[in-house]
Write a protein that binds this ligand. Structure first.
Ligand SMILES: *Cc1c(COP(=O)(O)O)cnc(C)c1O
Length: 343
C-alpha cells in the first residue's frame, strides 16, 4: 500500500525496531527510565531549552503546555485554522477552562500582529485575562506552510512586550527548520514552550516532546500525570524517539523535494488542479469536470493499493503528505495510476 493521507501513517524504521527491542528501560514515573531521560535532555539541547518532557501525542503536548501556562478562566490567542482550535476537541477549554480567542490565520500561515494586539484584553474586571499566544509552525491546514525564523522572533517579541507567553505548536517544526536551512533552535529562540511530534515525518511510532524552562517542565510533568500521561517503561518508545530526533530530522529535505516532484507530476494529470505545495505537503483539487467523482476516485485508487482521502471538511480537496516511506518510484506509481483512471 502507498498511503499518502498523512505522515502520521509512518511505521518505525528498521533501526527503530532494533533499538526498541534492545533498549534499557526503567519506571519513568519515578524518573528512572534512562532512555526517556536521555531523549528529554537531548531534545532540550537540540531546541536550546533547559528541559524536555515526553508525552503521548501532540494533542497531549499542547494540552499539557496550555494547562501548565494558564489558570482556569484565562484566555489564549490562537488562529482559526490552528490544530489547537480545530482538531483537539477544544480540550484546553473543556479540561483546562481556558478560553480561545480566535483570530484569522493569514494565507501565508502567520497571525497578523495587529490582530494579536487587537485581541489582547485590557485590565478590566469584566474581561478574562489574556495569558498566551499560540502559533503553529509549519501551519498544517493551510498546507504545511513554514513560518520564518524572523517571524518567529518577532511574534515572541510581540508576546513578551505585552507580558504574554508564546507557545509554539511545532508538530512539524523540523520541516520548517529544514525549509529555511537553520538549526531548529533558531526557529524558537525566545519561545516559552514548544511541542513537536516524533510520530509524524520523523517515523517514531508514538510520542511528542514539550521543551521549555526547567520550572515549566517540572510543572508540566505534574499536569501530564493528572491527565493520565504518566507512563512507565516508556523507554521502548523513547528508543525510537532518539532515532527520530537525531537521524530522521536530517533527511526531511528529501520529503520536500519529493513534494515538489509530486506537484510537478500532478500538473500533467487530467481532472486535477494542484492547489499548493510546501514543505512535505501537496494539496490538489479533483475538478468538477474530472472523469470520476471523489468517492469513485478514492475507491479506484484503493483498488490499486494507493490510499488517498479528501481533506476533512472538504469534498474535492486532497492532501498528499510525503514521508520516509514514499520514494520517487512510489510517486511515479501514484501519478501513473491517476493518469490511467482520470484520462
Ligand atoms: C498532528 C498535529 C498535532 C497533534 O498531534 P497528535 O500526535 O496527532 O495528537 C498538533 N498540532 C499540529 C499542527 C499537528 O499537525
Amino acid at each position: 500500500m502507498i498511503d499518502l493521507r498523512s505522515d502520521t501513517v509512518t511505521h518505525p524504521t528498521p533501526a527503530m525496531r532494533e533499538a526498541m527491542a534492545n533498549v534499557i528501560v526503567g519506571d519513568d514515573v519515578y524518573g528512572e527510565d534512562p532512555t526517556v531521560n536521555k531523549l528529554e535532555q537531548d531534545a532540550a539541547d537540540v531546541f536550546g531549552k533547559e528541559a524536555g518532557l515526553f508525552v503521548a501525542s501532540g494533542t497531549q503536548g499542547n494540552l499539557v503546555s496550555l494547562m501548565t501556562h494558564c489558570q482556569r478562566g484565562d484566555e489564549i490567542i490562537v488562529g482559526d485554522q490552528a490544530h489547537i482550535f480545530k482538531y483537539e476537541q477544544g480540550g484546553s477549554a473543556s479540561l483546562g477552562g481556558i478560553m480561545p480567542h480566535i483570530i484569522p490565520v493569514q494565507p501565508d500561515g502567520t497571525l497578523a500582529f495587529e490582530d494579536i494586539e487587537h485581541a489582547i484584553r485590557g485590565n478590566n474586571i469584566h474581561f478574562p485575562r489574556t495569558r498566551l499566544v499560540a502559533i503553529e509552525n509549519t501551519q498544517g491546514t493551510l498546507g504545511g506552510l513554514p513560518l520564518s525564523p524572523q517571524y518567529m522572533q518577532d511574534i515572541a517579541d510581540l508576546a513578551h512586550k505585552h507580558g504574554l507567553i508564546l507557545h509554539v505548536d511545532g508538530a512539524r517544526i523540523f520541516n520548517a527548520s529544514t525549509h529555511f536551512n537553520v538549526p531548529v533552535a533558531d526557529m524558537v529562540t525566545d519561545a516559552d514552550s514548544v511541542t513537536f511530534c516524533l510520530s509524524k515525518g520523523l517515523c517514531a511510532p508514538v510520542g511528542s516532546i514539550i521543551v521549555g524552562s526547567k520550572e515549566f517542565i517540572a510543572e508540566a510533568r505534574r499536569v501530564r500525570k493528572v491527565l493520565g500521561g504518566g507512563m512507565r517503561q516508556v523507554g521502548v518508545l523513547a528508543a525510537a524517539g532518539l532515532i527520530a530526533l537525531h537521524d530522521m530530522t536530517k533527511r526531511l529535505q528529501v520529503d520536500h523535494d519529493n513534494a515538489h516532484y509530486l506537484a510537478e507530476s500532478l500538473s500533467e494529470v487530467p481532472g486535477v488542479d494542484v492547489m499548493s505545495s510546501a514543505t512535505n505537503f501537496v494539496f490538489f483539487l479533483l475538478k468538477e469536470d474530472a472523469k470520476l467523482s471523489p468517492a469513485e476516485f478514492v475507491t479506484e485508487m484503493k483498488s490499486r493499493k494507493i490510499i488517498l482521502s479528501p481533506y476533512p471538511g472538504f469534498e474535492r480537496k486532497f492532501r498528499c503528505v510525503m514521508h520516509y516511506w514514499i520514494d520517487r518510484e512510489r510517486i511515479d506509481t501514484v501519478v501513473t495510476n491517476m493518469k490511467a483512471i482520470l484520462s
